[in-house]
Design a protein around this ligand. Structure first.
Ligand code: CA
Length: 238
């Protein structure tokens, strides 16, 4: 059983989700506005949030970004009106952990939500066997240690909390270290978004990762831009 907050202003959809999540044994609350959702999230703790993008007042992007800025890392499944990659990436950039384009099948939402809940339990041990066998748990370089499952990056004197997406992106880059990876490849392999046009939306993530891992983010040594192609992660650039 998990505590789940649904943030959705279409009351039919919200009530349908409420009914079905309760039937799965979860404890469920509903908020219909971004601001009231943030208040509830400051007051109570949840295991996951189903967050619609189109909301009165603060939209889902703002709610997710505010949560993360507050240091709240509750898993967020975002409901996007369109599956355009720019919207999807905007959601991830705001701190969402997964997304589902509307309209969706209820069974798909339940499956994605359960996957998110399960994933957040990994760091605590019991369900680690769900992890794909080829996935590395840690990577160390240049005095930094990334703990992919705990969603933490350890540097001397500080620990950075990562979102699931940041952790997945770092995991992909470390697995493909010293190789040039294109934006398109990252979109497909990390975000599972297929897009023919070259999107710059990934760049926001790279900027954020550089702030975590680079001594001087303005002239990156580890996470290099390869002009016109993409990026290359170099654990030991010299
Ligand atoms: Ca809505």
């Amino acid at each position: 059983m998990a505590r789940i907050l649904i943030v959705e202003d279409e009351s039919n959809l919200a009530q349908g989700l409420l009914f079905n999540l309760k039937a799965e044994g979860h404890e469920v609350s509903v908020e219909a506005e971004g601001d009231s959702a943030l208040e509830t999230l400051r007051r109570e703790s949840f295991d996951a949030v189903v967050l619609d993008v189109m909301l009165p007042g603060k939209d889902g992007f703002e709610v997710a970004a505010t949560l993360r800025a507050d240091g709240n890392y509750v898993p967020v499944l975002m409901l996007t009106a369109r599956s355009r990659s720019e919207d999807v990436l905007k959601g991830f950039a705001a701190g969402a952990d997964d997304y589902l384009p509307k309209p969706f099948e209820l069974s798909v939402l339940l499956a994605r939500l359960n996957a998110l809940l399960r994933r957040m339990k990994w760091p605590h041990g019991s369900e680690k066997s769900d992890a794909a066998p080829d996935e590395i748990a840690e990577f160390s370089f240049a005095g930094l240690r990334i703990d992919f499952d705990a969603l933490e990056l350890h540097a001397p004197g500080r620990t950075v909390r990562l979102t699931l997406m940041e952790s997945d992106l770092l995991r992909y880059l470390t697995r493909n270290r010293e190789r040039i990876v294109s934006r398109k490849e990252l979109l497909e392999q990390v975000w599972h978004v297929r897009e023919d046009t070259d999107t710059r939306a990934i760049d926001n993530f790279i900027v954020r990762l550089r702030r975590y891992i680079e001594e001087d983010p303005a002239s990156p040594k580890h996470l290099q831009t390869v002009r016109g192609v993409g990026y290359r992660f170099m654990p030991n650039p010299d």
